[in-house]
Write a protein that binds this ligand. Structure first.
Ligand SMILES: *Cc1c(COP(=O)(O)O)cnc(C)c1O
Length: 397
C-alpha cells in the first residue's frame, strides 16, 4: 500500500503548524511564522481570538447539533442579522463555500422553474472563476485543471471572459437563468471586476429577467473593506454566496437571497444535515460581533491603504520579481514574474512568511483582518529580506 492515509489530493508544503497565536502560527519545529494567508482568507479574527473561542466553548457545552427537523432560535437570529446587514431577505446556512454556491445555483434554477420556465437553467460564468470543488461548482468554472478526470461536467454553464460586458450580453439566450460572478476574483489572481462590468451585469439582469448571483466566498465579510464587496459597486445582487471568513475558522457558509429570487425555494426543496447548527451559528455570531460595524470596516480600509502604499513603493526595487500590486481591502495580490513562481514557497520556508499562491502567477496577501501596524511592518521586513536574498532559479515546467 503506497497511498497515504490522508488522500493525497493536496501538494502540501513541508510546514506543519501546530498552534496559532493571533497573527502568527507556530510549527511542529517550534518556529514562528507570520500568517498573511489566514487559512486562505478564513481566519479573519486571526488565531485564538478570545471572543470566538468563548462563543464556541459556551455553545459546545450547551447544544451542538440537533438537525433542521426543529425550530432554530440560533439560526433565526443569525439569519436576521445578515438580512439586516445586507440586500437579502432570506438565508440558507451551509458548511462550506461550495455548498453556498450550490444553493445559489439551485435557487436561480428554481426561480425560473417556479415561473414554468424550466429551460432557463443556464448560468453565464467567467474565465478563471473559482466557485468550489463539487461537480456543479467545477462545472461553473472554465478551468481545465479542475475538470480533468472528472467529466462529464454538469450542463448549464456558459463561459465568457471576465470583465467582458459585451461578451456577457452576447451570451444571453432563451435558456439563460442569470450570471454567476466573483466581484473580486480570488483564486483566479485577485482581479477586481470593473465598475462598468458589474453595473452592466445588473442592468442586463434587470432587462432580461435574469438573476445576478455573486460569489463573495473569498471577498465577503469585511475582507474587501466593506461588509460585502458589492457595496463598492453601487449595486445589489439577487443571490449571494458567502463562506470563508464568516465562521472565522469554523466551517460555515450561507446563501443569501431576496424574497423574489428565492420564490422557488419552498419546504423540501433543499437541505443540509449540519447546515446552520447551533455551534456554527455561535461562531458566525461571534465573528459578526467583531467585524460588522463601521469602525472595524474603516480599520480594514486604513490597514489596506498603508500596506498597499508600502507594497507599491517596494516593488519598484525588485522589477525582476514583481509585476504589480492589485486588489481591494485586505484581499491584495502581487503578480510575480514567471521566473519568480516559487517565491511564495521560498518566503514560507526561508523567511517564515505565509502567503497564498493564486492564478495568474499572483501571490495572495490575505492576512487576518485584525492586523495592526506592527504586523504590516513585520510583513514588509520579511518580504524585503526575502526579495533581497532571492535568487531566480529554473522552475520545472
Ligand atoms: C474558496 C472559494 C469557494 C469554495 O469554498 P469551499 O469552502 O472551499 O467549498 C468558492 N468560491 C470562492 C470565490 C472561493 O474563494
Amino acid at each position: 500500500m503506497s497511498i497515504t492515509p490522508l488522500m493525497p489530493v493536496y501538494p502540501r508544503s513541508p510546514f506543519r503548524p501546530v498552534r496559532g497565536e493571533h497573527c502568527h502560527l507556530i510549527g511542529e519545529d517550534g518556529r514562528r511564522y507570520l500568517d498573511f494567508a489566514a487559512g486562505i482568507a478564513v481566519n479573519i479574527l486571526g488565531h485564538s481570538h478570545p471572543h470566538l473561542i468563548g462563543a464556541i466553548q459556551r455553545q459546545a457545552a450547551t447544544l451542538m447539533h440537533v438537525s433542521n427537523l426543529y425550530g432554530s432560535p440560533q439560526g433565526e437570529h443569525l439569519a436576521q442579522r445578515l438580512v439586516d446587514l445586507t440586500f437579502a431577505d432570506t438565508v440558507f446556512f451551509t458548511n462550506s463555500g461550495a455548498e453556498a454556491v450550490e444553493c445559489a445555483i439551485k435557487t436561480a434554477r428554481a426561480y425560473h422553474s417556479h415561473a414554468g420556465a424550466d429551460h432557463r437553467h443556464e448560468l453565464i460564468t467567467f474565465s478563471n472563476a473559482f466557485h468550489g470543488r463539487t461537480m456543479a461548482t467545477i462545472s461553473a468554472s472554465n478551468q481545465e485543471k479542475m475538470h480533468k478526470g472528472f467529466r462529464p461536467l454538469l450542463p448549464g454553464f456558459r463561459y465568457v471572459e471576465f470583465d467582458d460586458l459585451a461578451g456577457a450580453e452576447a451570451a444571453i439566450g432563451p435558456n439563460t437563468a442569470g450570471f454567476l460572478v466573483e466581484p473580486i476574483q480570488g483564486e483566479g489572481g485577485i482581479r477586481p471586476a470593473s465598475q462598468a462590468f458589474l453595473r452592466g451585469l445588473r442592468r442586463l439582469a434587470d432587462q432580461h429577467d435574469l438573476l445576478l448571483l455573486l460569489d463573495e466566498v473569498q471577498c465577503g465579510v469585511a475582507r474587501s473593506g466593506t461588509f460585502y464587496a458589492y457595496e463598492q459597486y453601487g449595486i445589489t445582487p439577487d443571490i449571494l454566496a458567502t463562506a470563508k471568513g464568516i465562521g472565522g475558522g469554523f466551517p460555515l457558509g450561507a446563501c443569501l437571497a431576496t424574497e423574489k429570487a428565492a420564490r422557488g425555494m419552498g419546504p423540501g426543496t433543499h437541505g443540509s444535515t449540519y447546515g446552520g447548527n447551533p455551534l456554527a451559528m455561535a461562531a458566525g455570531e461571534a465573528v459578526l460581533d467583531i467585524v460588522a460595524n463601521e469602525e472595524f470596516l474603516a480599520s480594514v480600509r486604513a490597514r489596506s491603504e498603508r500596506l498597499r502604499g508600502q507594497l507599491e513603493q517596494f516593488i519598484g526595487n525588485y522589477p525582476e520579481i514583481f509585476v504589480d500590486v492589485r486588489g481591494r481591502g485586505l484581499l491584495l495580490g502581487m503578480k510575480l514574474k514567471p521566473e519568480a513562481r516559487s517565491f511564495v514557497g521560498y518566503l514560507r520556508d526561508e523567511h517564515q512568511l505565509l502567503t497564498v499562491s493564486g492564478g495568474d502567477n499572483t501571490m495572495r496577501i490575505v492576512p487576518p483582518l485584525v492586523i495592526d501596524d506592527s504586523h504590516i511592518d513585520e510583513f514588509l521586513a520579511r518580504l524585503s529580506a526575502g526579495a533581497a536574498a532571492w535568487q531566480p532559479r529554473a522552475v520545472a515546467p
